[in-house]
Ligand binder design. Sequence first.
Ligand code: NAD
Length: 256
Amino acid sequence: MLKGKTALVTGSTSGIGLGIAKSLAQQGANIVMNGFGDTEGAQAEIRALGVQVAYHGADMSRPSEIEAMMKFAADTFGRVDILVNNAGIQHVAPIQDFPIEKWDAIIAINLSSAFHATRLALPAMQAANWGRIINVASTHGLVGSAEKSAYVASKHGVVGLTKVTALENATTGVTCNAICPGWVLTPLVQKQVDVKALAMGLTNEEAKKQLLQEKEPSMQFTTPEELGALAVFFCSAAANNVRGVAWNMDGGWTAQ
Ligand code: NAD
């Protein structure tokens, strides 16, 4: 379905970003990857799906590096057809103790990076009259949780940015939508499981169950593969008129 298209997925060396990159590659899209950690291993996983892969190590907190990444993608593949703004970080602390540098980093990586990548991707998408922008927000783009001020503020911001991007392009072939996952068992969430296990003297399995129990009636983690399938749907012709939604995949978290 996406043969001949190029998808740039930020933060695609791990977790949800890697899952979405795989799903888009399975549909034939060439992939521009980004993120830290095992960059070689992540690229190999995508390359094994038979598509072309390029990697750029832009730090998504730095606008100049985002500009360099977007230029690299256009130089390598001609154009970015699908932009997935996924890179994100978390920090948990009450507002009065929240480290200022963590606030700034979360807003920069989770929210401002999506603005920068979007403003740089749009002109070519508009010229081609086809494009898909998918923002990985969160249930925390729809509801709040204590001790996650920067994260919740950034993700509500992402949902707002999604709506405005969709509206400004509503008469064109460029759509923008957000995905709002509940708990997904990635390194970002495993850290929160570890903190809970330590604080409450629980095993890893007990801490995971406790985490789910607090928020997700389904008592199941959403998987990167399920989120990837939703991203593929947003890229399909059937989703041509799906514009500006914040689609939760959260085991009932926000239905309560
Ligand atoms: P993860 O830690 O597995 O992956 C995060 C990715 O972002 C990695 O590839 C990492 O290298 C990259 N990254 C981090 N800082 C970066 C920076 N400064 N520049 C470039 N890349 C950077 O986490 P994940 O759970 O897969 O999270 C991906 C997205 O999904 C995030 O936006 C997160 O907020 C969102 N999300 C996660 C969950 C969950 O339960 N895991 C739920 C809702 C939303």
